[in-house]
Design a protein around this ligand. Structure first.
Ligand code: COA
Length: 235
C-alpha cells in the first residue's frame, strides 16, 4: 500500500472525461456509481471481449479495446478512468497493461455518494466504494481495491492493493487484508485478525483466526479448506 492520499473531491474540479475498463456486471455497477459523482463524465466502456458499439449501460457503449485507448484519449479528451473488473488478479493485469500503454492514464476512485468514509481514512486510487459501504476511523485502503455494497470496514483496518470485500462483509477493528485477497459475500472477520495476501474467504464465513497467505478459508467458524496460487479463479 503506497502513496496514499486523502479522498479526491471531484466536485471541486472541472468535469473530466473518463472510461470504465470492463463492461461486465461489476463494470456496470462502477459506471452507475460514477453517474452519481459530479466532476466525471463517463464516455463509455473499454472491453476487448465485446464488439465496439455494444450498448452496455444506459446509452453507454463499448468504445474499443485497451489498445484503442491512446487514440480515444486524444480524440475524446479522456484523462483516465477505472478498471471495473471484479476478479482481483485479472484487474491487476489490466491495470498493468494500461500503465504500459498509456502512462499518463489517471486512475480515479469511484465512490458512491451514499458511502460513509471517515475523514481520517486514507484512500489510494482506482478503488470502488459502493453504496452504503462504511470505512471507519484511521483505516487505510490501498489502490485498486473493491469495497462492495454495504460492506463495513471498521476502524484501524488496512486493505492492501487489489484486495476486495464483497457485499455485506463486516470487519472488526484492526483487521488487515493482504494484497489480492478476496473476502466473499457476507463474511465476518473478528477484530485484530490478519488475512494474508492472495487468500479467499468464502461466502458467509466467520473468521476468528489469522489467515495465512495463499489459502482458502470458509465455514462458521472458518477453517482452512485449501491452498491456491496467484491468479487461480474464485468467482
Ligand atoms: C469459497 C469458495 C471460493 C469455494 O469455492 P469452491 O472451491 O469452488 O468450492 P465448491 O463449490 O467446490 O464447494 C466445495 C464444498 O465446500 C462447500 N462450500 C463452498 N463454499 C462454502 C462456503 N462459503 N461456506 C460453507 N461451505 C462452502 C460446498 O457446499 C461443498 O460442499 P460439499 O462437497 O459437501 O457439497 C466459494 O464457495 C465462495 O464462497 N465464493 C464466494 C463468491 C462470492 O462472494 N461472490 C460474490 C462476489 S460480489
Amino acid at each position: 500500500m503506497l502513496n496514499q492520499t486523502f479522498i479526491e473531491r471531484p466536485e471541486l474540479m472541472h468535469t473530466k472525461n473518463i472510461v470504465v475498463i470492463g463492461a461486465s456486471g461489476h463494470g456496470k455497477v462502477v459506471a452507475d456509481i460514477l453517474a452519481h459523482m459530479p466532476g466525471y463524465r463517463v464516455m463509455g466502456f473499454i472491453d476487448a471481449y465485446l464488439k465496439k458499439g455494444t450498448v452496455c449501460f444506459g446509452d453507454l457503449t463499448v468504445l474499443g479495446a485497451e489498445q484503442d485507448l491512446p487514440a480515444l484519449m486524444a480524440t475524446q479528451q479522456i484523462t483516465g478512468g477505472i478498471v471495473g473488473i471484479g476478479d482481483n488478479w485479472i484487474r491487476s493485469q489490466v491495470v498493468a497493461k494500461i500503465q504500459a500503454l498509456v502512462p499518463s492514464f489517471e486512475f480515479i476512485n469511484a465512490i458512491h455518494p451514499a458511502a460513509v468514509i471517515s475523514d481520517t481514512a486514507s484512500i489510494g486510487h482506482g478503488n470502488v466504494i459502493a453504496a452504503n459501504a462504511v470505512i471507519n476511523t484511521n483505516t487505510g485502503i490501498g489502490h485498486h481495491c473493491i469495497i462492495n455494497t454495504a460492506a463495513c470496514i471498521e476502524h484501524d483496518n488496512r486493505m492492501d492493493d487489489y484486495a476486495s470485500v464483497a457485499p455485506r462483509v463486516v470487519t472488526g477493528g484492526n483487521v488487515s487484508i493482504g494484497a489480492y485477497t478476496a473476502v466473499s459475500i457476507g463474511a465476518v472477520v473478528k477484530h485484530g485478525i490478519s488475512i494474508g495476501e492472495q487468500s479467499i474467504i468464502g461466502a458467509g464465513a466467520v473468521v476468528l483466526k489469522p489467515v495465512e497467505p495463499f489459502s482458502i478459508w470458509y465455514g462458521v467458524p472458518a477453517r482452512k479448506m485449501g491452498e491456491r496460487q496467484a491468479g487461480d479463479r474464485y468467482l
